[in-house]
Design a protein around this ligand. Structure first.
Ligand code: HEM
Length: 207
């Protein structure tokens, strides 16, 4: 099996496309969000309208792509929800995994598509996306059907806005680490990848 075939099975084309949509949406939401928070270029009001327009468009793209990916975790031949839920057995691998990321040892043998650090991060990313959608809707409709979010949970709209902003910085942090690890993994040893991927898929398909 070639490496391309193994990557295709590990990340089917539809998952790659959704990953691309989600990644570009978050990138554009971060940039336009920072501009809305603090207009770093004087755009005579035009840039602010453009930033808000792009923000709302990709808020929609992120919501649809995120929902599609969530559904495909549970439905279809590529369903992979187990790859996002770390178990105690997975967490037991954490110390060795962190040592591996610190270049102190080889990557520990994995029993799933992702390692426990990836599983935990991707699980949190889905929760943060859900929070950004809810808090974003609460900023769009503060007094109507999302009033429960602003006043019921945070007491006022301003605090929801601040949390919408704080989570943006968490996305920036995760994006930078994800990029570094993705580049580093790309240079990783293919043989191990194929072996790991092969054992994973047979397990999943037995489900
Ligand atoms: C990863 C996803 C997202 C990021 C990183 C993000 C980031 C931001 C940031 C940094 C701001 C400025 C907040 C401030 O004023 O301090 C903002 C404003 C806003 N965002 Fe988002 N956002 C995201 C998703 C969404 C979604 C899904 C929606 C809608 C459903 C949304 C709706 C809004 C609204 C309505 C505002 C206020 C606009 C204004 O004050 O004119 N955002 N966003």
């Amino acid at each position: 099996m070639t490496n391309t075939e193994s990557q295709e099975m590990r990340h089917p084309p539809v998952f790659r496309k959704l990953h691309g949509l989600i990644m570009w949406s978050i990138l554009l939401l971060v940039v336009t969000g920072f501009y809305i928070h603090y207009p770093f270029v004087d755009g005579q009001g035009f840039l602010m309208s453009l930033a808000r327009g792009v923000h709302f468009l990709f808020a929609g793209v992120l919501t649809v792509a995120g929902l599609a990916r969530f559904i495909m975790m549970f439905v279809g031949k590529n369903r992979d929800w187990k790859s996002f839920i770390p178990t105690l057995k997975d967490f037991a691998l954490m110390p060795k995994l962190i040592a591996h990321y610190l270049h102190l040892c080889k990557e520990p043998e994995l029993s799933k598509k992702y390692n426990p650090l990836q599983m935990t991060t991707y699980f949190m990313v889905f929760l943060f996306i859900i929070f950004q959608i809810l808090s974003g809707l609460a900023l769009l409709f503060p007094e109507s059907f999302m009033a429960w979010f602003n006043y019921g949970i945070f007491g006022n709209e301003y605090t929801s806005r601040i949390w919408h902003y704080i989570i943006t910085w968490i996305f920036v942090f995760i994006l930078l680490i994800h990029l570094y690890l993705a580049i580093r993994q790309g240079r990783g040893n293919e043989a191990e990848d194929i072996k790991e991927m092969h054992s994973v898929n047979t397990a999943d398909e037995k489900e």
